[in-house]
Design a protein around this ligand. Sequence first.
Ligand SMILES: [Zn+2]
Length: 433
Amino acid sequence: MKNHALMILLLVVVGAAVGYLFLRDNKAPALTLSPASGAISAKKPPVLTLQDDKAGLKNLVVNVSQNGKVTELINTTFERGIKQQELPLALEKLPLKNGPLQINVSTSDYATLANRAEQSFALEYDTKPPVISVLTTAHNVYEGGAGLTMFRVSEAVQYAGVQVADRFFPAYLQDNGVYACLFAWPHNIERSAFTPRVVVEDLAGNQRTGGFYYQPIPRPPTVDQINVSQAFLDNKMPDFQQYFPETTDPLQLFLRVNGELRAKNVARLNELATKTADRFLWEGAFLRLPNAAPRAGFNDQRDYMFNGQKVDHQTHLGLDLASLAASPVPAANSGTVVLAEDFGIYGQCVIIDHGLGLQSLYSHLSSIDVNVGDTISKGQIIGRTGATGMAGGDHLHFGIILAGIEINPREWLDGHWITDNFTSKWDQVMAQP
Ligand SMILES: [Zn+2]
């Protein structure tokens, strides 16, 4: 009887010990620092993440050592039951100098036999904004047109480009360390808002804005009137019914296509803008559709009239060129096809990327001869003119897009403009040691 009781007691003790060994928390808390290396500053503080799923987090000590001096940043005990913590390290509290530093983290959990984790991170403290050296001098920019600026930055950056009102035109780093940036004077901003600035941010989050000399040249828009006939509505609107099946009245459908579908298509141009090469893929003046008469221009302010009443207003952002029906359309310059499909108001449409955010658009085509991803050479036939999409008759709507916004295509068809505003600058800067 006595032996029996002893036996049971022994079993209980062994059972508890085995249970303890199996169930006890023997895992140290997980700790990560983001970023774990590289440049940091108070503007972009490193974030410490701690996790302990079983016993929960208990103590945390963080100190920072720099030039042999150790300063305590955090020394705390968490309440019981906290499994996860995310702490941005408030480095601005410490008297740090620019240069290498080490962040030492030590943490433990609430297990009976506390588990401890320790880790050190070597980082670089950097509060100095980068220095921008603009290498191009004259920037004569027409309203709705483009300009090129080239610059160097004193250190690696997260981003670099030119900011104009609410639009950012990314710059692209070339092999010799020069950033090249095509930027535009967007057609749709107040003239006083055209104040282009180079903006860069280094890896530690320090920003710098740099000015450069520029000469804005206003170019007043032209005014145009489009008569929307009943015949046009009867012919065209069935093509667009799929986009707005609930709108049966042809004029109402026209207004939704001309407004809502147009806006949707324009938004897609912004997405396609990211599919651009970081090198120039083109050379020389862009080709114009041969033997074609101009029908409409860039930034034409169009009033749409129906039965003598103004029913809509839109801005026309390309060149309309009319030749013989189903004329072959040459690629204006070399590049890569990024869109080749039925594209809303543009109808059958091709967009070619020429690098550094520059793209050309060919729309209302009756047929398309190329596919997305194709490498295209200047003059190669990409399709034939037509009247698909929002077109009253056979013509080519030719557009130039920069970083998602439509800009004046005429500049790119003009060899003199390209030499003065692009090639001569590029050659001069690239020839510098
Ligand atoms: Zn057009």
